[in-house]
Design a protein around this ligand. Sequence first.
Ligand SMILES: [Cu+2]
Length: 162
Amino acid sequence: MIAPRRGEALYVAGGVAVLGLGLWMWALGRGPAASDAGARPRLRVTGAYAVRVSASTEVSAYLTARNTGGGADRLIAVRTDLSPIVMMHRGLENAMVAVDSVPLPARRTVSLTPSGLHVMIMQPRRAVRVGERVRLTLLFSRSDPISVGAPVLAPGDRPPDG
Ligand SMILES: [Cu+2]
């Protein structure tokens, strides 16, 4: 049997030490110090409503998202049974541009309104009626999904308080 040379043994020991340090840092990262409860987002969604956009079949939706937590989050997608295609738009003058996500900073309230950010349900499977409720499931990058019922209003109706 050939004994390992001194250099190789040191090399192996060094590797074990690095692995140990990595495991220790990984454990630290999962510990209470890193998952500081104050840095978590805490979301509440209120005042959701939907409007059938006149002269088209699309349905837009609006809501208010309040983040009372100490950590930021992002709205990354919206799902509904009405359509597989739900977009998030930002209104600019008379145009709209798609956005990938909506930032929800810590301790801030973000409102999706007809004059700004909004949700757009493209090519709904059926026409929606004023008075019915559309169920929206909001997906976030950090928080659990939130489902809300959005009453369908006629264009120009006063939105619900939220
Ligand atoms: Cu839009």
